[in-house]
Design a protein around this ligand. Sequence first.
Ligand code: SF4
Length: 324
Amino acid sequence: MPEKILEVQNLKVCYETGRGCVKAVDDVSLTIFEGEAFCLVGETGCGKSTLALSIPRLLPPNSRVLDGRILFKGKDLLRVDDSELQRIRGKEMAIVFQNPMTSLNPAYRVGYQVAEVPVTHLGMSWDKALTSAVNQLSKVGIPDAGIRARDYPHVYSGGMKQRSMIAMMTTCKPSLLIADEPTTALDVTIQAQILKLLHSLRVEYGLTLLLITHNFGIVAEVCDRVGVMYSGKIVEVGEVTEIFDNPLHPYTRGLIECVASRRGSKARLNQIPGSLPNPLNLPSGCRFHPRCPYTTYLCMKEEPTMTEATSNHSVACHNYKAVG
Ligand code: SF4
């Protein structure tokens, strides 16, 4: 059995707004094992990026962690001091953000930005680090990396910028790579290339990958296990094949039915009626009940808790036996 690398326990995160405290992550628990690719999936606004950003403590200033623990290799990241956190970030854990256009610093050459990581975290000399940066850029598929490393980010395409970000974030071979919607801002062909790159680096470096996405199609291609988030809660967790073959939560089922099949069916794609609830005015009981075709009286009264349906599949739904 692989070791646990990351354990999120009962995490609660809110944002202070003019209209009150909005809970973006509400009592979320999650375990990720060494070497696996774990996907967190859900609609925009369900709290998955907030959960991802809270792991390396990169939440915006108007956020507040209300409760919980985030154990990375046994250390609670919410309680380590800043110097320890600085040591972990970049070296042991790295994050690739959604928008490569704004992730790189426009004032510095790409090679310099990649080289800065081993200089800072491994104490490498600049000469060695610049050579290593060229190698890393070449590894992630930047053509003529020796020449292109001297370019500024504005001359790179979106795909090259994201490849450079991945080069930067993997140059110290971190144990955990968090990728927050890494392909959302890219066109479809480049998306596929970036996913392939993440997979090959994961295999080569033995990385653990936490991938955040709203696209169930990506989940099938990349991940071993998947957690489905809805309105700040994780509602279903399981192995990817299990979730696709036998989704137990009506929301998961709806998301899977929204993915276009490659078999060329002319049938209309399904859609989940309604939208995410207002976090300042959440429905009673199960938060999905106004959109759920299986709603019963109990669903409106009582919030479902996570139940183990099988040894590798858990779900938070009162009626999962009727859904599956
Ligand atoms: Fe639907 Fe009820 Fe299950 Fe919620 S608990 S997902 S409303 S069946």
